[in-house]
Ligand binder design. Structure first.
Ligand SMILES: [Zn+2]
Length: 256
């Protein structure tokens, strides 16, 4: 029972959200993955409504809606996304959406997500652009500390800042992480050892597997990630937590 807790729809299948969702469901089935979190992106050519409609027929697919925190209707959009479109979380991307993580509007929307009892996933991958925009683990932590009622997922484990993110997550019980993209991006570097060190240090709790498809393929990412985890000494129980049960328990899925 594998959960891929971080991916997106592929724009290149046939250009439609329906086509992308169908292809994604097929690829998940082929890879033996039971469920995936589809992160809607405002930068993609489909509206939140279109993405919701496309993924709705598939038991394997659950969605997070992407809303800009500075949008004057941000709260209404988020609430409608949850209540009417079936989304189960909020996706925020400070680099792509070009907003400041320490802005009061960001805090307002993150706190509102807590009131709605839905998690917020933040992109936390420090590429050169993001670093030049002022990427700072402390800003992520401050936001999480100011929103203790909101469960926050730091995607990509903070990339090469993984040890900072780990030390901060230990002080913030409302924080979770996913290892998508980073694990394979840093595959030939020392960072993956730090990532597994961080997982171990957190007792393999609060961390989810993700592929970040379509940037990475579903099957190959799953196989490579499991290989890396085994090479770095994870036992079966530890592997199961990362690949499956941490996410299932987090989302309280009883139908898997
Ligand atoms: Zn992503």
């Amino acid at each position: 029972m594998i959960v891929d807790a971080h991916l997106h729809l592929d724009e290149t299948i046939d250009g439609t959200a329906q086509g992308a969702a169908k292809e994604l469901d097929t690829q998940l089935t082929n890879a033996g993955i039971s469920r995936a979190i589809v992160l809607h992106l405002e930068s993609q050519p489909w509206s939140a409504e279109e993405v919701a409609k496309a993924i709705a027929p598939y038991k394997s697919l659950k969605g997070f809606i992407n809303v800009h925190p500075f949008n004057k209707d941000a709260k209404d959009k988020l609430k409608a996304g949850i209540d009417e479109l079936g989304y189960i979380g909020l996706k925020l991307h400070p680099r792509l959406q070009e907003f400041k993580i320490d802005h009061e509007k960001t805090l307002e929307l993150v706190r509102f997500a807590g009131e709605l009892n839905i998690p917020v996933l933040f992109d936390a991958f420090p590429d050169g652009t993001h670093i030049m925009q002022g990427f700072s683990p402390v800003k992520y932590a401050e936001l999480a500390k100011l929103s203790p009622e909101t469960r926050i997922i730091w995607a990509h484990m903070g990339g090469h800042y993984v040890l900072d993110f780990m030390m901060l997550a230990k002080r913030l019980p409302n924080v979770y992480m996913d290892c998508s993209y980073s694990l394979l991006y840093y595959r030939k570097s020392s960072i993956i050892k730090d990532m597994v060190y961080a997982m171990r240090s957190m007792k393999f709790d609060r961390i989810f597997y993700g592929s970040d498809y379509p940037d990475r393929s579903i099957m190959e990412t799953k196989n490579s990630s499991i290989t890396i985890f085994k090479e770095l000494g994870l036992n079966e129980d530890e592997l199961t937590k990362i690949m499956s049960t941490n996410a299932i328990n987090f989302f309280k899925w009883t139908d898997l």
